[in-house]
Ligand binder design. Structure first.
Ligand SMILES: [Zn+2]
Length: 351
């Protein structure tokens, strides 16, 4: 679970919505949830042999898709074939669509999606998908190359259309929108609109599942705010491995400081460690947290030097496996927020 290269997330910190602002209010601040569906049909030429093999797989039978090809002689399992770029998006699709889709995932649980090399099997699976759901906001820098190299001829749905982005610096949006109940509710609405375009017969089923998901998201947000209520905003400071929690910071009034931002030169050695130690001490952070797609060694070293504890592991850019504490996006948000609240409350009680 080591990351191959640091992504440019340094320095993204955030503070919360106004006290008492509801999820609905925060959604209201987002621009319209218009679904952007970029048609790629007919775009691709010059297909490789491996990919052609995938493209020639039988299409699914019996789905309600306007303009779908005739059912082939060899039946496939039912459901619209949908490809999600990473585990969190796959869960959002599953929440909204249930078994009306057959969902596949390119970057699986506990894996860093900032960097990705597809296998031949995955290239073939992309060729079979009718809808490719991506996060957007620059998260999947590898995707255009992937689509242009492969046989994909379906539609691309950008889940974060409808989310008001944070920016790491001008022109560079923070892609980690899923660390927010408001944003995942907006993303689920965008996904539902895109899926409804492909499967109009499932519209009412998906509308009901979306409403249920959004109600559970609102409940999760309320629980997190209640858990943090005893801690004044100025004491809600934690250190994390990379800048993936800005949206949670905006929603809950937590300042997340990426470890690398305290010594951005990235040259290893005693001088850098000393700067990190000084930075952590002066930040007033109550706790350090590991995450599930970053290496732990530097964080452990800083914890030893500063005496600031590593209070647990957050789930940043991927779900855990199904047996873990973050097997769904709502479980991920509950786990992260509760772990942080517990550490902040404990630090306050102890100090
Ligand atoms: Zn990230």
């Amino acid at each position: 679970m080591t990351r191959r290269a640091p992504c440019e997330h340094r320095g993204a910190v955030g503070f919360g919505l106004e006290p008492g602002q509801s999820l609905d209010q925060s959604l209201d601040q987002s621009p319209g949830l218009a679904t952007t569906l970029s048609s790629r049909r007919g775009l691709l030429a010059g297909l490789g042999a491996t990919v052609l093999a995938g493209a020639c797989e039988p299409q699914q039978a019996g789905t309600a898709i306007s303009g779908a090809p005739p059912a082939p002689a060899l039946a496939s399992p039912p459901g619209l074939p949908v490809m999600a770029t990473f585990s969190i998006l796959a869960d959002i699709v599953r929440e909204v669509a249930g078994d009306t889709v057959r969902i596949s995932t390119l970057v699986e649980a506990d894996t860093d999606a900032h960097h990705f090399e597809p296998s031949p099997t995955q290239m073939a699976a992309i060729g079979r998908a009718r809808l490719l759901v991506r996060n957007g906001l620059g998260f999947e820098g590898w995707m255009d190359r992937l689509v242009e190299a492969g046989s994909f001829s379906g539609r691309i749905l950008t889940a974060t259309d409808g989310v008001e982005p944070l920016y790491m610096r001008p022109g560079r949006p923070d892609p980690h929108a899923w660390q927010s109940w408001a944003a995942v509710s907006a993303m689920a609405a965008t996904v539902a609109r895109g899926l409804t375009t492909e499967s109009p017969a499932a519209a009412s089923l998906m509308a009901g599942r979306l409403a249920d998901f959004q109600a559970r998201a609102a409940d999760g947000q309320a629980r997190a705010r209640a858990a943090l209520a005893p801690v004044p905003v100025e004491r809600r400071v934690v250190i994390v491995p990379h800048a993936s929690f800005g949206y949670m910071g905006r929603e809950l009034g937590i300042r997340f400081i990426p470890l690398g931002s305290l010594a951005p030169d990235r040259q290893p050695g005693a001088g850098r460690l000393a700067r990190l130690v000084r930075g952590v001490r002066s930040s007033g952070a109550a706790a350090l947290f590991a995450d599930n797609v970053s290496g732990d060694s530097l964080l452990d070293q800083v914890a030893r030097e500063t005496g600031v504890p590593v209070a647990g592991r957050l789930y940043s850019d991927a779900l855990s496996g199904p047996e873990g504490p973050a097997g769904t996006i709502l479980a991920l948000l509950a786990h992260n927020s509760q772990a942080i609240a517990a550490a902040l409350v404990a630090a306050q009680d102890g100090g």
